[in-house]
Design a protein around this ligand. Structure first.
Ligand code: ADP
Ligand code: ZN
Length: 724
């Protein structure tokens, strides 16, 4: 089996439980497999299928998934097909023929199809050696995703009593597990329950403040990587996607209000790597089997911890380090409660409220979040000993936060909110506290208040962060609106009145420690990795398959670390089996050779570019690098070429720097004077440098590249920065 694992899948070892499960299946016994997403369930029936004489039938509820799975299997030389309603009659006939002639090893079918009488007759003529039921929880009404068609599988089981069945799922409470066994009629199945600990996922809760900026910050250090951002409303998904695109991020919205064709296109575009960021409502996810999602952001609170676990579970299916960040604000809790209160059924309402309370508790933890999640899901595979340890992958463990006595500063902030009439946003309140002489402060005569200028030991950013924590603590609330204002809650007033003391966590800086973790995990050359990724996308487009069907990120990383020089070395890369070696080996080797030629050190050491890694990955320095090149007189296009990044990325570096008040050299990057004049006047007409780019583009009647407009706008912005 180990040989087959290497030959076909290109892996050297089994993951936990895989080997035991495979032995059980091969011995002809039934199995119930409970493993988290990304645990490697598919292999448990795909590998034995190769050794069985007859065919393996796989029941799977999602048409989109079937196609991806079959593409993946074909790419490694395994004869597999699927039959579902998306195919023409001719196609189904061809596939049936192949199955009957014994040419197929694995056949995927939808449960609806299985139920048809015609299909039943066809089945009787096949030699079936194994039946795998994927997403087996769909058979149970107790599960969250009941599908009546799955009930028919009980009959299938009875019709072939000798054939081993393997039921697989990622989500199952004890009740659902038992129900699967009963409904499916499994014959004293052996149960395999893997740990639900997703070791490669890091969990982090951040106080939500300037949420869009927080998202940009998260995405900026992960340029080109895949991310999902979960939002509360459809409107939010669209707005955020538009704003991200303006900053040069390849983002698209996804929600249940879009028609099914648009949704399908978005899913496909995301999976194939055409764009990298999906901003979605929770409608997105079912059927998304993308292994290389590096970041899942919850822009608003998930409905329950089950939902949170499932949504964050879409990150890092390939086992590489990935991040799950939840932006938490007390205001979002009220938003959810508003909807919960509208639920008529009293029991349902209570259930939803309890679930939300669990999420709040989880968000406010001062102990390990991973442990909390695992205990919540009744995962008893984490031993006592391990429990004591630092999990190394949650914000509480990696950045233990110092507590500080926040009584005085809290009193100051709350008083200032009240004294200014509870009619302002936090920026103004802070300006008053810090004694600003801005026009707004002077006009409102807030410089005469007793709270004016009483804060000396905190700066603006720290105040903002503390205010965010006060909001999380429920001491102040934000009134959403065009200009959000803050009010002090009853709890806040009580704190003031009773002079209660308050301890808060010191403002945390988790991102830094996280980045060190990522850097430590990466011993490859990021530049080579980028090139390999581009080659992969190119091949994927030629073959019209998702990029990961060619190679997963894990394989590319391994390639970039091992820098193989010949086919023999290439075969040692994780995920390279015999078929892929033959099909893609030469092309990837050529790319690597070309890279090595320009980077001579790459061949004489084993870890050639560790040295460079910190440089290119520390946030901020990538800007500095762009800025340096520009100041040498290069244009943005030349910098993009030189750095192997896209033009859009370099332009967004420029925008970020200019937006932060820095000056960058743009002389070589500006368009010719006539075009420049056109763009300038269009910007003026659209309302000046603050205008949305989309508006400017509308005013321009001819085809002018987006990047030109962005550069001119950045140029105008920094000229005005200079004079003010
Ligand atoms: P699941 O169905 O449990 O969500 P998959 O079967 O899709 O998980 O596997 C997740 C990823 O792990 C896939 O990219 C798969 O190729 C990879 N994988 C599975 N088994 C192994 C293994 N033994 N070694 C390395 N990678 C593996
Ligand atoms: Zn932890």
């Amino acid at each position: 089996m180990l040989d087959l694992l290497k030959q076909y899948f290109g892996y050297d070892q089994f993951r936990p439980l895989q080997e035991d499960i495979i032995s059980n299946v091969r011995a002809g016994h039934d199995s119930l497999v409970i493993m988290p997403t990304g645990g490697g369930k598919s292999l448990c029936y795909q590998l034995p299928a190769l050794r069985f004489e007859g065919i393996t039938l796989v029941v799977s509820p999602l048409i989109a998934l079937m196609k991806d799975q079959v593409d993946g299997l074909k790419a490694i030389g395994i004869k597999a097909e699927f039959i579902n309603s998306s195919q023409s009659y001719g196609e189904t006939t061809r596939i049936r023929g192949e199955a009957l002639r014994g040419e197929l090893k694995i056949l995927y079918v939808s449960p609806e199809r299985l139920a048809l009488e015609g299909f039943q007759n066809f089945l009787k003529q096949l030699k079936v050696s194994q039946v795998a039921v994927d997403e087996a929880h769909c058979i149970s009404e107790w599960g969250h995703d009941f599908r009546p068609d799955y009930r028919g599988l009980g009959a299938l089981r009875r019709s072939m009593p000798e054939v081993p069945f393997i039921a697989l799922t990622a989500t199952a409470t004890h009740r659902v597990r038992d129900d699967i066994v009963t409904q499916l009629g499994l014959n004293s199945p052996k149960r395999f329950v893997a740990s639900f600990n997703r070791e490669n996922l890091a969990y982090e809760i951040r106080t939500k403040q300037n949420a869009f900026g927080q998202i940009v910050e998260l995405l900026e250090v992960r340029r080109g990587q895949s991310a999902i951002i979960y939002c509360f409303s459809r409107k939010e998904t669209e707005e955020i996607a538009v704003d991200l695109r303006q900053l040069g991020f390849a983002a698209k919205p996804y929600h249940a209000g879009m028609d099914s064709e648009a949704r399908r296109r978005t899913q496909e575009g995301f999976i194939t790597g055409e764009f990298t960021i999906v901003v979605a409502t929770i409608a997105f996810g079912m059927g998304i089997d993308k292994p290389d999602v590096r970041l899942v952001v919850h822009y608003s609170l998930p409905k329950s911890l089950e939902a949170y676990y499932q949504e964050t579970g879409r990150a890092g299916r390939d086992g590489l380090p990935s991040d799950c960040v939840l932006l938490y604000s007390y205001g979002d809790k009220s938003k959810q409660e508003f909807f919960i209160n509208k639920i008529d059924d009293q029991i349902e309402r209570k259930k939803s409220q309890d679930q939300l309370n669990n999420v709040i508790e989880f968000s406010q933890l001062t102990t390990c979040r991973r442990r909390y999640l695992l205990e919540y899901f009744g995962d008893d595979t984490v031993s006592q000993g391990e429990k004591q340890n630092n999990c190394g992958g949650c914000d509480v463990c990696t950045a233990p936060r110092e507590q500080f006595d926040a009584t005085v500063i809290t009193q100051k902030i709350l008083s200032a909110v009240i004294r200014t009439g509870e009619r302002y946003g936090i920026a103004h309140v802070n300006a008053v506290l810090l004694g600003s002489r801005s026009k707004k402060v002077l006009d409102s005569e807030h410089d005469s208040l007793s709270v004016y200028g009483i804060v000396k030991d905190y700066d603006r950013n720290e105040l903002r962060e503390i205010a965010g924590m006060l909001e999380s603590e429920g001491l102040i609330v934000k009134n959403e609106g065009e200009y959000p204002t803050f009010k002090v809650t009853e709890k806040g007033r009580r704190l003031l009145r009773d002079r209660e003391s308050l301890t808060l966590s010191k403002p945390k800086r988790v991102e830094r420690s996280r980045q060190t973790r990522v850097i430590a995990a990466m011993t490859d050359s990021p530049e080579l990795f980028e090139r390999l990724r581009r080659l992969r996308l190119e091949i994927a487009r030629e073959l019209d398959v998702p990029a990961y069907v060619i190679f997963g990120d894990a394989s590319l990383r391994d390639m970039a670390a091992k820098v193989p020089q010949n086919l023999a070395q290439f075969a040692l890369v994780s995920g390279v089996g015999s078929v892929k070696l033959e099909q893609y080996g030469e092309r990837f080797l050529a790319e690597i050779a070309d890279y090595s030629q320009h980077h001579p050190t790459a061949t004489d050491g084993d870890r050639p570019t560790v040295r460079r890694t910190p440089n290119t990955h520390r946030s901020g320095s990538t800007y500095a690098e762009t800025r340096d090149f520009l100041s040498q007189g290069m244009s943005v296009g030349q910098v993009a070429h030189r750095r192997g990044l896209t033009l859009g990325t370099i332009v967004s570096h420029v925008e970020m720097m200019v937006g932060n008040g820095m000056t960058v050299e743009l002389a070589s990057s500006l368009p010719k004077s006539d075009r420049m004049a056109k763009i300038e006047s269009a910007i003026g007409e659209a309302g000046g440098i603050q205008a949305k780019l989309a508006e400017v583009m509308k005013v321009l009647d001819e085809e002018i590249p987006y990047e030109d407009v962005r550069i001119v706008r950045a140029h105008l912005t920094q000229s005005t920065n200079g004079v003010s």
